[in-house]
Design a protein around this ligand. Structure first.
Ligand code: ATP
Ligand code: ZN
Length: 218
């Protein structure tokens, strides 16, 4: 079998570290290097392509990469934004990099039920996920899209509430925000192009088996 798979990985960030750990625990080398765009894994027919995490779903959907490892939050955001030609799907959940996308409110905002969101301004990096959530609940609110520092939006009067990634809750606390409801539970997922060959699928299955064995040994 001469096929290799191309796997997109975050270039620098939380997922890079998680991926390095699961690869190394599975006996696979992992080196994002300084200048190299692509790293050839010597132990398996896998080439790693290092990119921004936000680009991973589109690269896989377009077939530039066969697979990618990305947060479910980023995958869902891209999927909801590209309903027509989206050609990527979840291959396996990895059970690492867990976090949640939650609604958080400042003290001056009354939040007892979801209806209290009606007509408020919501700041978020995930407008498609939030829009989809609101639609499902029959609510309407104005969404303000921010790429970072979402937690400061209420104090700047940019928004009334926020929807943001939470893990420990420390950032929310520092900004006097209270988490009131999760709207998505996220973890790292292995995604694949829908049209990959059986040979490539079997390489990914071997990778998952290796990762699974390493997790049960720890
Ligand atoms: P890039 O420069 O590649 O765009 P980024 O700043 O968007 O990176 P990171 O902060 O490295 O991304 O987070 C990557 C992913 O890690 C998130 O999309 C999320 O799935 C996951 N994650 C887990 N815990 C947290 C957390 N506490 N804060 C943010 N992201 C988290
Ligand atoms: Zn990102």
């Amino acid at each position: 079998m001469s096929d290799r798979i191309r796997l997109a990985i975050q270039k620098k960030g939380r997922l890079t570290e998680s991926c390095r750990q699961i690869f190394n625990n599975s006996g696979l080398s992992f080196d994002e290097g300084e200048r190299e765009l692509i790293y050839t894994v010597p132990e398996m027919p896998i080439d790693l392509l290092f990119v921004r995490d936000d680009d991973i779903p589109a690269l896989v959907s377009q077939g530039v990469c066969d697979f990618g490892i990305v947060g479910l939050n980023v995958f869902e955001e891209t999927k909801f934004g590209e309903t027509d030609n989206f050609n990527a799907e979840i291959f396996a959940k990895l059970g690492i990099s867990k976090c949640r996308l939650s609604i958080a409110v400042p003290k001056n905002v009354r939040f007892n039920t979801l209806d209290d969101l009606n007509n408020l301004k919501i700041a978020t990096t995930y407008p498609q996920i939030v829009q989809n959530f609101l639609r499902g609940k029959g609510l309407s609110a104005q969404i303000v899209r921010l790429n970072g520092s979402v937690e400061i939006a209420p104090s700047l009067k940019l928004s009334d509430v926020i929807v943001d990634i939470v893990s420990s809750g420390a950032t929310l606390k520092e900004n006097n925000l209270t988490e009131v409801m999760p709207i998505l539970n996220s973890e790292a997922v292995l995604i694949s192009n829908r049209q990959i060959s059986d040979d490539k699928r079997s390489i990914a299955n071997n990778l998952m088996a290796r990762i699974g064995r390493a997790l049960t040994m720890n």
